[in-house]
Design a protein around this ligand. Structure first.
Ligand code: ATP
Ligand code: MG
Ligand code: MG
Ligand code: MG
Length: 513
């Protein structure tokens, strides 16, 4: 029997409650009023103001599970989804925080206690990292963290890490500090003997994965790049819940846990195609640290793999994407043609296309999965259950709208394929634009299909065609409307008026003097 997601999540919250933490609900995944962020992408994002000192934290110790999305901006994991075992578009980040209270000693002691004593993970499978220091900054190695870990594990499992992985900064200026990550090696005993896990940490190995990051904010980065020691030291941690589930379940993929299995089983039954789960072995055979680029993997997978691997990938992608779609809509972001709304529309269309091409779903289908997810999450995220019908309606409308053009767009692509092969295996900009403009294919969808066919896309040419069309339509509008001009193309228009009616974004007209 797999451990249930509800139980494992609760164990985390109970553990930190027992250490004096106040448990708070997840903030909505959709960010309003922050020009730098469309979606919450880490557990600390909702607490930014406390770290910046703009507001006092209401409690010195907080813990929670935060809905996160990594599909745009600095963190974009979209391309990995379905191909690797442990990156999702939407995931839960479990976190514990200290706002000027405990620091490295307690954070490290509790992280170890939770993983080893509460969850019963084998300590010989755990690796930890510390910041190795950076010559450029004049900052030495974080020997304090290294020393603290020596109480719990051996030097062979305490690894130095570089600035990219082990030094966290909020932005160009502001709070920052070293971090320590905890990785788990889930390979078989023989594999572990053959090659020590230490060599695979941070090497994109599908079974040696990062589970938890503990950030120790002890500095402030000033505009002149210097570092100032903060008077108040903070702890900010983030643990990927789905990865934790993989570790405690002793399985090889996040998709084999109770978080994803109900969705996967439902999808497989609905489409009448079994999910083989052979994923792990197929993928493992295809990916080695020496050849770890996702693009390379996906191309190789597509070229080599059986029909089963293809349907498995589609099922995983859909199980992943429906979570993103459902949670963002229930948190207030409708699909649209601009900004955050377009990110959601792109993901939704990506899922529709996987269902259409790989699982033979010619009718709306994704909306049917929403109740399964809502029931699964009703204890921790009741907002989805409360809006289930609304979310279903929005998703179904989106599906209907895209299915009207998807098949023709795919046909158009196929008919031109020979020509692409003759022009350097590349889909030209005007065609990519036509696919977007006429058939509603977001550029990243065209790029995905191209990749599967071993083609590339002229993205620059696409942008040029798009700019040319924008300027044409602006001139035409201005001529037609004489005194009126479009001043804003915005999603900030009363909700739900235009998103499903046309491809055109809602417009606000203003009298031109
Ligand atoms: P990775 O190196 O695996 O991409 P990360 O270093 O980008 O992870 P952090 O920003 O440190 O991740 O986030 C904290 C934790 O959140 C990670 O240790 C991991 O467990 C989890 N996590 C990060 N990205 C994802 C994702 N796309 N899907 C699922 N879990 C994730
Ligand atoms: Mg990452
Ligand atoms: Mg990492
Ligand atoms: Mg990390």
């Amino acid at each position: 029997m797999l451990p249930t997601a509800a139980h494992v999540r609760q164990q985390f919250l109970d553990f930190f409650a027992s250490k004096g933490h106040h448990i708070v609900p997840s903030a909505p995944i959709v960010v309003k009023n922050d020009p730098t962020l469309l979606f919450i992408n880490s557990g600390m994002a909702p607490f930014k103001d406390y770290f910046l000192g703009n507001k006092p934290a209401p409690f010195k110790r907080i813990a929670d599970t935060q809905k996160c999305l990594r599909v745009s901006g600095k963190h974009n994991d979209l391309e990995e989804v379905g191909y690797d075992t442990y990156h999702h578009t939407m995931f839960e980040m479990l976190g514990n925080w200290s706002f000027g209270d405990y620091f490295k000693t307690d954070a490290i002691a509790w992280a170890w206690e939770l993983l080893v004593d509460v969850y019963g993970l084998d300590k010989d499978r755990l690796y930890v990292t510390y910041f190795e220091g950076d010559a450029g900054d004049g900052l030495g190695p974080d020997t304090e963290t290294q020393e603290l870990w020596r109480k719990y594990t051996t030097d062979a499992r305490i690894l130095p890490g570089n600035k990219k992985d082990n030094f966290w900064e909020m932005g160009d200026t502001g709070p920052c500090g070293p971090c320590t990550e905890i990785h788990i090696d889930l390979r078989s005993d023989e594999e572990r003997v053959a090659k020590p896990g230490a060599e695979l940490v941070n090497a994109d190995h599908p079974q040696v994965v990062e589970v938890w990051n503990n950030v120790f904010m002890e500095f402030e980065r000033r505009a002149d790049k210097s570092l100032l020691k903060l008077p108040q030291q903070n702890v900010d941690t983030g643990m990927g819940f789905e990865r934790l589930m993989m570790a405690v379940s002793g399985v090889k993929s996040n998709y084999d846990t109770d978080v994803f299995q109900p969705l996967i089983q439902f999808i497989a039954k609905e489409v009448g195609i079994p999910y083989s789960g052979a994923f792990s072995s197929e993928l493992l055979a295809d990916s080695s640290p020496a050849d770890d680029s996702t693009e390379a993997n996906s191309q190789q997978l597509t070229a080599n793999s059986s029909a089963t691997a293809k349907t498995d990938i589609a099922i995983r992608v859909i199980a992943d994407h429906i979570r993103t779609i459902a949670f963002t809509i229930s948190d207030g972001q409708l699909p649209s043609n601009v900004k955050a709304g377009y990110v959601i529309r792109r993901i939704l269309r990506r899922a529709v296309r996987y269902a259409f091409s790989s699982l033979n779903q010619k009718q709306p289908f994704l909306y049917k999965i929403v109740p399964v997810l809502a029931d699964q999450m009703r204890g921790i995220f009741p907002e989805l259950k409360a809006q289930q019908q609304f979310v279903q309606r929005v998703v179904e409308e989106e599906e209907i709208s895209f299915l009207k053009t998807l098949e023709n767009g795919l046909r158009r692509l196929d008919s031109l394929e020979e020509g692409f092969r003759q022009q350097g295996n590349r889909i030209d900009g005007p065609t990519a634009f036509e696919l977007s403009d006429t058939f509603g294919f977001p550029l990243d969808l065209t790029a995905l299909i191209a990749r599967e066919k071993g083609l590339s896309v002229d993205e620059e040419g696409f942008q040029q065609a798009l700019a040319a069309q924008k300027s044409r339509s602006r001139n035409a509008q201005e001529a037609e409307q004489s005194d009126w001009t479009i001043v804003l193309e915005s999603e900030d228009v009363p909700a739900f008026v235009g998103y499903d009616q046309a491809e055109a974004p809602a417009r606000i007209l203003r009298y031109r003097r």
